[in-house]
Design a protein around this ligand. Structure first.
Ligand SMILES: [Mg+2]
Length: 228
């Protein structure tokens, strides 16, 4: 029986912090061009602030730090961050695994702003590997994870039952809880910002792995009959 492998993008296929850094660089360049602020200085300020307090209102605070705060300018920084063409790439270990799995139908299901997520898909060249990349927000907000909507579209397209489809994701809050009751199989990769999240059983994946390089073995555990 055919098996289908579906991936989450952020913090599963690559480290989302790489995107954040890329966005900060774009904002730093803009502030340098407009106001002559040294790029490495504003970049470092944002990075330190991120470590201490997370992402919320970071551009507001940055502009206040330089005495430049205006609501419109803060909005401009957000849009530069969101719309910039990110300089991110897939880590080698991800590329190796995707190549190793090239005989399976591969898909991507990712949540998030349509333009931002599409820019990431392009920068990571994911269409090279995936049969199709589903950006859930394109189907309406109500079809974002944990909704099983896009996963059901994949099942329909591939004409397989959910038990022959596996989703690999990193966020137990939403990656698995909506699809498990339908019979989809699930693998959690213990990387990124959700690595320490401990949630009740219904949110957890069938299998946990530490690194993406462990994926082929995990797939064999799930489906002993397959050849990877
Ligand atoms: Mg993720």
């Amino acid at each position: 029986m055919k098996k289908v492998i579906v991936f989450d993008m952020d913090d599963t296929l690559y480290d989302e912090f790489e995107f954040v850094k890329s966005g900060f660089r774009a904002v730093s360049t803009f502030l340098n061009e407009q106001f002559g602020i040294i790029e490495s200085e504003s970049y470092q300020w944002m990075w330190n602030r991120l470590q201490k307090q997370g992402r919320g209102a970071i551009f507001d605070d940055l502009l206040k730090e330089y005495g430049l705060y205006k609501k419109t300018l803060a909005k401009k920084c957000v849009s530069i961050y969101r719309l910039h063409k990110p300089t991110i790439q897939l880590p080698n270990e991800t590329i190796e695994v995707l190549k190793q799995l090239e005989n399976f139908p591969l898909y991507l299901v990712t949540d998030g702003n349509k333009i931002v997520q599409n820019n990431k898909v392009q920068a990571l060249e994911l269409e090279k590997y995936m049969n199709k990349c589903f950006i859930t927000y394109r189907y309406g907000l109500k079809h974002s994870k944990p909704s099983p909507h896009c996963f059901q579209l994949i099942a329909k397209q591939e004409k397989v039952e959910p038990e022959h489809i596996v989703y690999i994701g990193d966020n137990p809050s939403k990656d698995f809880v909506g699809i498990k009751p339908l019979g989809f199989r699930t693998i959690r990769i213990m990387t990124g910002q959700h690595v320490n999240k401990q949630l009740p059983e219904e949110f957890e994946a069938d299998i946990r792995i530490q690194y993406i390089s462990e994926l082929p073995n995990a797939l064999k555990k799930l489906w002993p009959e397959i050849e990877v």
